[in-house]
Design a protein around this ligand. Structure first.
Ligand SMILES: [Zn+2]
Length: 271
């Protein structure tokens, strides 16, 4: 059993025993935002799931929610069903090779968040990339083809994939403008949605990025920001490798992941 699964097994008992005590993760909207990273046939890490597993989850999401297109995220037309937005981070080559064909088949829209330096150089936005052939980005040509389809809205994910809280205001603004300039230079629409690298943000970073984007997406459940900055602190429900099967279905059914709170607490204690 992997460490992730063991932790989740532990967390499951924590959820049952202490869910009444857990602080409610931010859920100020009827839109539930899910996150995937990579679809790889030989998936073997937390950021990777098989295309078959992804298809199973996407079918479960469409059975329960009306899945929003990125362009209607902030003002969806009324619907009897709850809303979901599906987001995918990092724009690895499998977004083109495995995700896009699946979306075309299911006729399902997602927002793909693109760290532009990765596309330019192939430098992976993850520090543990030892097997480099496994960490190839999409090409700009592939991104143009996907963005021209109804199923992919491109979002910004910084230029250098540095965590926003580690940057001073001027650095964060410069990185953001570098990313937006690359979209423009490649003939792509200017993104209006932003995902924080590694999901990390502060009120200061949200304030800077709010000058450029309509909405910002974080990682784990967290407390929202006040006032206008709330739009720059959307929580997301991550669907990870160790969520395969039961845990992913549970997250989809609940639309929120209290278990994430406990998993992170337990991981924090083990560090
Ligand atoms: Zn990322």
């Amino acid at each position: 059993m992997s460490l992730g699964r063991q932790l989740k097994s532990l967390a499951w008992h924590g959820v049952k025993a202490f869910s009444a005590m857990a602080p409610s993760p931010s859920r100020r909207s009827s839109v539930t935002v899910f996150t995937l990273h990579r679809l790889i046939p030989d998936a073997c890490s937390e950021l990777e799931v098989t295309p078959a597993q992804a298809e199973s989850w996407l079918r479960s999401i469409t059975a329960r929610y009306r899945v929003l297109h990125g362009s209607e995220f902030l003002s969806p037309a009324p619907d009897d069903r709850p809303f979901a937005l599906i987001t995918v981070d990092d724009a690895f080559s499998d977004a083109h090779d495995h995700l896009w064909p699946l979306l075309q088949r299911l006729q399902l829209p997602v927002v793909l968040f693109v760290p532009t330096h990765f596309i330019d150089t192939g430098e992976p936005p993850v520090s543990f990339a030892v097997e480099r052939s496994r960490y190839r980005p999409c090409s700009w040509e592939q991104l143009r083809a996907m963005a021209a389809s109804p199923w992919i809205t491109l979002g910004a994910h910084s230029h250098a994939h540095s965590e926003a809280p580690t940057q001073r205001t001027a650095e964060l603004a410069a990185d953001t403008e570098a990313a937006l300039a690359r979209f423009t230079a490649e003939g792509l629409p200017r993104p209006h949605l932003y995902a924080y690298p590694r999901g990390k943000f502060t009120a200061e970073a949200a304030s800077v990025l709010g000058n450029y984007f309509d909405a910002g997406f974080a990682g784990l459940p967290h407390h929202s920001l006040p006032g206008d900055l709330a739009r720059m602190a959307w929580p997301r429900v991550p669907l990870r490798g160790s969520d395969a099967g039961f845990w992913g279905e549970r997250k989809i059914r609940n639309g929120i992941s209290h278990e994430e709170y406990w998993v992170e607490r337990i991981k924090g204690r083990l560090k």
